[in-house]
Write a protein of this length. Structure first.
Length: 230
């Protein structure tokens, strides 16, 4: 199933895979440093971020169940959009983000587990989560395909992988603006803001079962599962 939440807007030519910016990818320590420098801007709980993404998080992550892993959890924003009976585990490379998540969970009086961990090398057994979620994250991973395949590895074979990603707009002038600013933005924040999330996911072994787009093509939800036999 593939659905489009918004109408298609003409003018943006398909670009193929735009997830490589310039000639190099930042390393994990460089990305950790960039996040530390822009922690307010990247915090999914900021007012602007909430205004833009809350409805997508609510709709998409309401479908999570059981033991849930939030990869690149940031400040733990997604926990508010998950069913109350899930068991939540969050991982991120940023100590600043994890400290914010720990504060939030203390305020909410919820006993979630948080770990400082690289999405590209998850320290969990195969098939150990019923649902793996991740939001606004593949744009930052040095190698998003490795991270996505780690998500598939730790997800139960009958489990779900729910992704919420931002990317290149389907509206020509906005897409061109994103392309124009992509390189400086990547240098500053480590975020490839004109990537095409479905193109990235299609290079991994995830089996995509559904997608929606919104916000002039800049937000994509992806429902996927691990490959057969994984
Ligand atoms: C834009 S923020 C999104 C945070 C959160 N998922 C949200 O939706 O609000 C991207 C997050 O990815 C994390 N991140 C980047 N590279 C990572 C990696 N290799 N492993 C784990 N986390 C990573 C950053 O530290 C940051 O918290």
């Amino acid at each position: 199933m593939t659905t489009n939440e918004s109408a298609q807007h003409g003018g943006s030519q398909p670009t193929g895979d735009r997830d490589s910016i310039g000639s190099r990818s930042k390393s994990v320590p460089e990305i950790r440093e960039a996040v530390a420098d822009h922690v307010d801007e990247m915090d999914g709980s900021s007012t602007v971020n909430r205004l833009l993404t809350a409805r997508y998080r609510r709709r998409h992550f309401a479908r999570a169940s059981g033991r849930v892993l939030d990869v690149a959890c940031g400040s733990g924003t997604n926990v508010e959009y998950l069913p109350e009976d899930v068991t939540y585990v969050g991982v991120d490379i940023s100590p600043e983000m994890l400290a914010r998540a720990a504060d939030r969970f203390e305020r909410l009086r919820r006993g979630e587990s948080l770990y400082e961990m690289n999405a590209q090398d998850l320290a969990f057994d195969d098939d150990s989560f019923d649902t793996v979620i991740s939001s606004m994250s593949t744009c930052m991973f040095p190698d998003p395909v490795v991270a996505l395949e780690e998500m598939a590895r730790v997800c139960a074979s009958d489990g779900k992988i729910l992704l919420l990603e931002h990317g290149r707009s389907s509206v020509g002038p906005i897409a061109r603006l994103q392309d124009w600013r992509a390189e400086p933005r990547y240098e500053k924040t480590g975020c490839r803001w004109n990537q095409e999330p479905l193109a990235v996911v299609s290079r991994s072994n995830l089996v995509v079962e559904g997608t929606t787009t919104g916000m002039l093509g800049m937000v994509t939800t992806i429902t996927a599962r691990p490959p057969d036999g994984d």
